[in-house]
Design a protein around this ligand. Structure first.
Ligand SMILES: [Zn+2]
Length: 116
């Protein structure tokens, strides 16, 4: 048995209490703390608006919001024909789209759970 690489605890219980078998060298407390930190980072990434000038073509499609928010966002890029804002409108910002790979993974996990 090995201790947690972060806190030296031996409370490593893979595949128990909702835990999977990832991070086998981390105790249960550190596992859930790391998971929460990651979820918080994802949340912040998706909810922190960026100014127009931070967008570039490599980023691709994002959600464009006019602030203060009173309308649904535009999904796309400023190069789209239907981009609804002026390019010099500083009240427009964007947030990234959710990670489609994570959405797919969540869908498949939920599907498995529904079938069992
Ligand atoms: Zn630990």
């Amino acid at each position: 048995m090995i201790p947690c690489k972060h806190c030296r605890s031996y409370a490593i219980n893979l595949n128990k209490s909702g835990r999977d078998d990832s991070e086998p060298d981390v105790c249960d407390v550190c596992y859930w703390r790391l998971k929460a930190v990651g979820l918080q980072a994802d949340f912040d990434r998706l909810h922190t608006p960026r100014p127009f000038d931070d967008w570039h073509e490599d980023i691709g499609n994002v959600l464009w919001w006019s602030f203060p928010i009173s309308e649904p966002p535009f999904s796309g890029t400023p190069h789209d024909d239907d981009y609804p804002f002026d390019f010099d409108d500083h009240s427009v910002g964007w947030v990234p789209l959710p990670d489609c790979d994570k959405i797919q993974e969540q869908w498949e996990t939920a599907e498995k759970a529904r079938k069992t």
